[in-house]
Structures are given as structure tokens and as C-alpha cells.
Design a protein around this ligand. Structure first.
Ligand code: F6P
Length: 360
């Protein structure tokens, strides 16, 4: 039979299984077989895969994560190989492209964020037939108006804020919540608005501790001795530095954002004298069952990608433009982060209801 392939790469997010299910159902209805490669590009390089038949995809719609597994480190152009206990990196892209040919995969559907999609673009340059499907909780890809996973992450963060609210109020404390989002503040802005934050710090707007304290003090003066401060992980320190955690893997340094919440909390407590606690929501934002919005978007993307593949269209990424599913070339799609524009209506809306961005 004719065959399509699919892999999920990069960090996971709610809705991946919904994409796998939708793409597989669509492919099967056109008489195609769907091959699911395991652990991102690693499965293509190493020849590890499963056949996605109807019983395998049954019951997947509401399940978080990805049944195919994923891997942040699986770049076929820079592939980690263990030799004598040491990790070295090799270009395995020829092997991966050859595997797709040998297996008769007409088109490989690559579900991922910017890094994974860059791999798909580079595969295309080698003659492979690929279609990208954008995913990330961060919502930071310019070529699509929304990624699936974002809505669920915002809901999770909003629930966390609701819970922090009640304990903040009881103890007259400042509660700081550090949220993901990489170099963009989308999760922080949306959940801060939905969860009634008093201060939202996002990477797009430089902040000063005096600005944060001004809001907290104003609330105290109004008889509200508690406050909720949302901090996106990509926010820089008052000295203008990114707060990161570094780790060396073989010869490669891995850098992860995170830790700015602690810094903000410490400054608030020191300077205001109000007891302050910091919560880092972390990977809870990526886990669990997708929201109905994300299930629908993921299903639309999965169907659209499989239909394009069946029609012989490839080298593109499916995307959402307004409320329409469309596609752009992979070259157009990759390497264009989408941060919050400073004239975004939600920033003005937040300011109108007294939310501080720590910049006044
Ligand atoms: O891109 C999704 C994301 O969760 C970011 O918000 C965060 O910075 C990063 O991935 C964390 O990645 P890891 O999987 O390495 O913990």
C-alpha cells in the first residue's frame, strides 16, 4: 500500500495525539498506511517505528503527550551517537532520507516547534518530501495565528492562579507564578488576564522592581495586602540578563530558561517587606488532556496535512490564518519567532483594568 509517515519532535504538548489520530484516519480513508516513527527523528535514523492502525489510534483524542514519544535532542543533522561512553554528534540526515525512500514513505508529516520544523526544512533541501505541523504551548510561531497546546497551557496556568489567589488572600502575601513561554509572553499575558493577575512581567516589556512595587503598594493602600505577580520565564533580570540553567551534555552546552520567578520574588520581599512565595508551574503546563479548542485545532491540522500529502503537495507547513486552515512553505515558516507586538490590543486591555507590566 501507499504510505505516509509521521513523527512528533521537540517538547511535547497537549494535542499531539489528536493530530496523530486525525492524520491517520484521513490517510487510511484514502487507502494509505500510516507509519509512526518513534522519538522524533531518532526513529527515522534508527529505523524504529510502529504501524498506526485503527486499534492503535483508538481512544487517543483526549490523551496528553504523544504515543510516538518525542526527543528534544534528535536533530538528524547533528545526531548524538554514543561511542565508548562518550557522546559525539554526526550528520545522519542522508541515512534518514534514505530510510524514508526505502520504506516507500511518500510524505513524512513532522509535528514540531521551530527546531523540529527547521529539521523538516533541511530535509526538504535534501529532496525529502515533508509537511510540517506546528505545535508548541508557547504560541510563538509567526506563520500560524495559533498553535495547539497553547489554549490548554493557558487553562492550566489560569487554574493555578485561581488557587494561588485564595491562599495569597488568606495569608496577605504576594504570590509569584513563573510560567513558560520561552522568549515570548503569550502564556503569561493570557493567563494573567484570565486569572486576575495584578502584575504581569513579559519578555517584550522591560520592567523595573520599582514598577512592580508601585502596584503592590497601591493595592496595600487600598486595603488589599495581597498581590498576584505573573512572570514569564523569558523575562530578563533587572540587569538585563536572561536567567538560565546550564548543563553540559558531551561537548554540548544545554541552556534552559527558568529561575527569574525566584529573583522577582526575592526582590519583592526584600523591598516591600511583604511575605512572598514563588511557584514555578513548569511542565504541568505541557501535560494532561488537551482542551476542546486544542483538540479541534489539532484535528484540523492533522486532517489538512494528510490531505495535502495525498494530493501530492509537500514542502509546506499547515497553519491557521484567521479561522481558516492554510499552508505556507517551510522556508517561510521556520526561524520566525512571534513575540507580543507592543501595540497588541491585549496589552492595552490589561493596562485599562489596572494590570501593571512593571514598567511605570
Ligand atoms: O517550548 C516549550 C517549552 O515548554 C518552553 O516553554 C520551555 O522553555 C521549554 O519548552 C522547556 O523545555 P524542556 O523540554 O527542555 O524542559
Amino acid at each position: 500500500p501507499k504510505r505516509l509517515g509521521i513523527l512528533t519532535g521537540g517538547g511535547d504538548c497537549p494535542g499531539l495525539n489528536a493530530v496523530i489520530r486525525a492524520a491517520t484516519k484521513t490517510a487510511c480513508s484514502h487507502g494509505y498506511e500510516m507509519i509512526g516513527f518513534l522519538d522524533g527523528y531518532t526513529g527515522v535514523v534508527e529505523g524504529r517505528y510502529i504501524k498506526l492502525e485503527p486499534p492503535v489510534i483508538s481512544g487517543l483524542l483526549h490523551r496528553g503527550g504523544t504515543i510516538l514519544g518525542t526527543n528534544n535532542r534528535s536533530n538528524p543533522f547533528y545526531f548524538p551517537v554514543k561511542e565508548n561512553g562518550e557522546v559525539t554528534y554526526r550528520d545522519m540526515s542522508d541515512k534518514a532520507v534514505a530510510r524514508l525512500e526505502q520504506m516507500g514513505i511518500e510524505v513524512l508529516l513532522v509535528v514540531g516547534g521551530d527546531g523540529t520544523l527547521a529539521g523538516a526544512r533541511d530535509f526538504k533541501a535534501k529532496g525529502a518530501r515533508v509537511i510540517g505541523i506546528p505545535k508548541t504551548i508557547d504560541n510563538d510561531l509567526a506563520a500560524t495565528d495559533q498553535t495547539f497546546g497553547f489554549d490548554t497551557a493557558v487553562r492550566t496556568a489560569t487554574e493555578a492562579l485561581d488557587k494561588l489567589h485564595t491562599t495569597a488572600e488568606s495569608h496577605h502575601r504576594v504570590m509569584v507564578l513563573e510560567l513558560m513561554g520561552r522568549y515570548a509572553g503569550w502564556i503569561a499575558l493570557y493567563s494573567g488576564l484570565a486569572g486576575g493577575a495584578d502584575v504581569i512581567l513579559i519578555p517584550e516589556i522591560p520592567w523595573r522592581i520599582e514598577g512592580v512595587l508601585k502596584k503592590i503598594e497601591a493595592r496595600r493602600a487600598e486595603g488589599k495586602p495581597f498581590s498576584i505577580v505573573v512572570v514569564a520565564e523569558g523575562v530578563k533580570s533587572p540587569e538585563g540578563e536572561l536567567v538560565v540553567q546550564r548543563r553540559v551534555e558531551g561537548s554540548v552546552e544545554r541552556v534552559r530558561l527558568g529561575g527569574i520567578g525566584q529573583l522577582v520574588g526575592k526582590l519583592i520581599e526584600e523591598k516591600s517587606g511583604i511575605e512572598t512565595r514563588v511557584t514555578v508551574l513548569g511542565h504541568i503546563q505541557r501535560g494532561g488532556s488537551p482542551s476542546s479548542y486544542d483538540r479541534v485545532l489539532a484535528t484540523r491540522f492533522g486532517v489538512a496535512a494528510a490531505e495535502l500529502a495525498v494530493k501530492g503537495i509537500h514542502g509546506v507547513m499547515v497553519c491557521l490564518q484567521g479561522n481558516t486552515i492554510s499552508y505556507v512553505t517551510l522556508e517561510e515558516a521556520v526561524g520566525k519567532p512571534r513575540i507580543i507586538p507592543l501595540d497588541h490590543e491585549l496589552l492595552a486591555t490589561a493596562r485599562a483594568i489596572g494590570i501593571s507590566f512593571g514598567d511605570d
